[in-house]
Design a protein around this ligand. Structure first.
Ligand SMILES: [Zn+2]
Length: 75
């Protein structure tokens, strides 16, 4: 998984909105990405909303859109 998608999942996880599959994907990514692990800790602590985080990492807008579509398409 790419870090930007992991960040989206993290934000949803903070809000308790992840599906079981997403939770598995996220923890799999966190187990191999210390940077995101730290980021997730931070997210849980501060509960910064997704948009602010995405702006801060300066993801290309079309990438952000496709990530959001990807995650919102999952019930
Ligand atoms: Zn990562």
């Amino acid at each position: 998984m790419i870090c930007n998608k992991a960040k989206v999942l993290m934000s949803a996880a903070v809000d308790g909105e992840l599906t079981t599959r997403e939770e598995e994907e996220l923890s799999e990514h966190l187990s191999e990405c210390p940077q995101c692990r730290e980021e997730f800790q931070d997210a849980k602590n501060t509960k910064i909303i997704i948009q602010e985080r995405l702006v801060r990492v300066k993801a290309p807008k079309n990438l952000v859109d496709s990530i959001l579509k990807m995650t919102t398409a999952i019930p």
